[in-house]
Design a protein around this ligand. Structure first.
Ligand SMILES: [Zn+2]
Length: 246
């Protein structure tokens, strides 16, 4: 891998410094990501981009395949006091932390049930442990650069899923892009699939400090893993090569 390819693939250039993306660091811990297909990555991108456009009030053509997900999200917004002001500053917000040398893009900063929240959207089939580390890193970076009145008091995951349920055995079939997976139910059943329906799982994540410390520990491992590459990146703001031994 060339240095330029590595920098492009794993990080951002911000104010003259190169810093890895939070998700590059957390992907080291993720068993799921290693096996994630391109189809499910594309699906996630489509859902993220469409929701971003709708929240900005852009007029866009909606892909009918994701309509159940969008309906579920709309309904969730209505029942959770969702409020998003200043779309320019609140959607796909770039955040960074020079001291700990990482950067990332926050999906949404919005009020949910009266709290100002940092929200990450997921289209995975479950909320996973590494999502706690990812949002802790965003939360810390966002709050250290935000005006006091704009700081978030809560971080959470909104998982947006959609599936068809078997009318006989309650197996679930997910079709995200070209990928099709069946889970649960009775494998011997001659499934009769319902219409696709959307589903939202919202989870507020507690224990910010504990998660943030775990993220920093994960980042130490990530730096060790890529130490040879990082030594060749002149504008990486953290010195990984000259640890002082006491
Ligand atoms: Zn069935």
């Amino acid at each position: 891998m060339t240095v330029d390819f590595f920098k492009h693939r794993y990080g951002y250039e911000i104010e003259g410094a190169w810093m890895p993306r939070v998700t590059a660091v957390t992907s080291l811990l993720s068993k799921a990501n290693m096996f994630a297909s391109q189809a499910s990555a594309d699906w996630g991108t489509l859902v993220h981009e469409t929701i971003g456009s709708l929240l900005r009030g852009d007029s866009i053509q909606i892909d009918s395949r994701i309509a159940p997900s969008l309906r579920a999200f709309e309904e969730w917004k209505g029942t959770h006091g969702f409020e998003l002001k200043d779309p320019q500053e609140s959607i796909e917000k770039r955040v960074f932390d020079f001291e700990h040398a990482y950067a990332g893009t926050v999906d949404l900063i919005a009020n949910v049930q009266g709290s100002r929240g940092l929200i990450d959207l997921k289209t995975s089939t479950a909320i996973r442990d590494e999502h706690s580390l990812q949002t802790a890193a965003y939360f810390s970076a966002y709050n250290q650069n935000a005006k006091e009145s704009l700081r978030c008091t809560m971080r959470g995951i909104v998982r947006i899923d959609q599936y068809q349920a078997c009318l006989g055995c309650f197996a679930k079939q997910r079709q995200k892009g070209r990928k099709e997976t069946v889970s649960g139910g009775n494998p011997a059943c001659n499934h009769q699939w319902s219409q696709a329906k959307g589903e939202i799982e919202f989870r507020e994540l507690p224990d910010h400090q504990e998660d943030f410390e775990a993220f920093l520990a994960a980042k130490e491992v990530w730096e060790w893993y890529y130490r040879d590459m990082l030594k060749r990146i002149a504008n990486y703001p953290k010195k990984v090569t000259q640890k002082i031994l006491l």
